[in-house]
Design a protein. Structure first.
Length: 102
């Protein structure tokens, strides 16, 4: 699964986008790591998916029915995006401090 450039705006936030060129490599690396660490999902029930990563195993409720044929993949993409965001926060704690005015 590839993540389009527009998705990075959601992942890293507006402030970080201003420094996007400097962090693009880090974002790419974070996405690569998260895709390895969270390799896919399984359906536990029709309305519930679970991350296949043993160390994660997070359950996620999904919508079903008309217009929600891709709900599982969308929920899992959001799950990965959250993890990428968390990974970048680990790598760039100083940026977070500056945003808070510290
Ligand atoms: Zn996961």
């Amino acid at each position: 699964m590839s993540i389009e450039l527009t998705d990075f705006t959601t992942v890293v936030g507006d402030t970080a986008v201003a420094e996007f060129s400097a962090t693009a490599e880090a974002v790419t690396e974070a996405v690569r790591q998260i895709e390895l660490e969270h390799p896919g999902f399984s359906h536990s029930y029709s309305t519930l998916i679970r991350c296949n990563a043993w160390a994660c195993s997070q359950y996620m409720d999904i919508e079903v029915g008309r217009g929600h044929n891709n709900a599982g993949a969308e929920a899992y993409a959001a799950h990965r995006a959250e993890r990428v965001d968390a990974r970048l926060a680990e790598w760039f704690p100083q940026q977070r401090d500056e945003e808070l005015g510290n």
